[in-house]
Design a protein around this ligand. Sequence first.
Ligand SMILES: CC(=O)c1nc(NC(=O)[C@H]2CNCCN2)sc1-c1cc(O)cc(O)c1
Length: 130
Amino acid sequence: EEQEEDVLRELRLFLRNITERLSLDRRFKAFTKPVDIEEVPDYLMVIKKPMDLSTLLTNIDQHKYVTVGEFMADADFIWKNALEYNPDSDPMDRNIRHRACALKDTVRAIIRDELDEDFERVCEEIRESR
Ligand SMILES: CC(=O)c1nc(NC(=O)[C@H]2CNCCN2)sc1-c1cc(O)cc(O)c1
């Protein structure tokens, strides 16, 4: 009902704010757009579920996420994919892995500091009721 739509609207505002802040952080430039398959032709042979910050934003606008947990599961693919595609001691690999770990820690720190547990519980109640 109306109250549920108010909660989900607030969830989308919260998730957009996080995603936009991450997209502005220069450390995460490589994660802002889908990997360019012309640039990295073997990428889709290695990575089964590509994800990036612009796709998170599109998903939010398409009402894909009903809880913060669902958003985090997709956000986690961004850094997990980068660790998987960049396993070597190559300086480029190390650099991307460092940024992937920074992205993982930054998302978790923002959620821990800014998400009210009661709000997430209400979102999970809505998800279970659907
Ligand atoms: C996002 C990601 O995981 C990524 N990984 C890369 N790794 C490499 O190029 C390593 C792979 N091992 C051998 C030495 N090269 S390039 C790259 C990337 C960065 C961008 O700014 C845009 C983009 O489309 C893709």
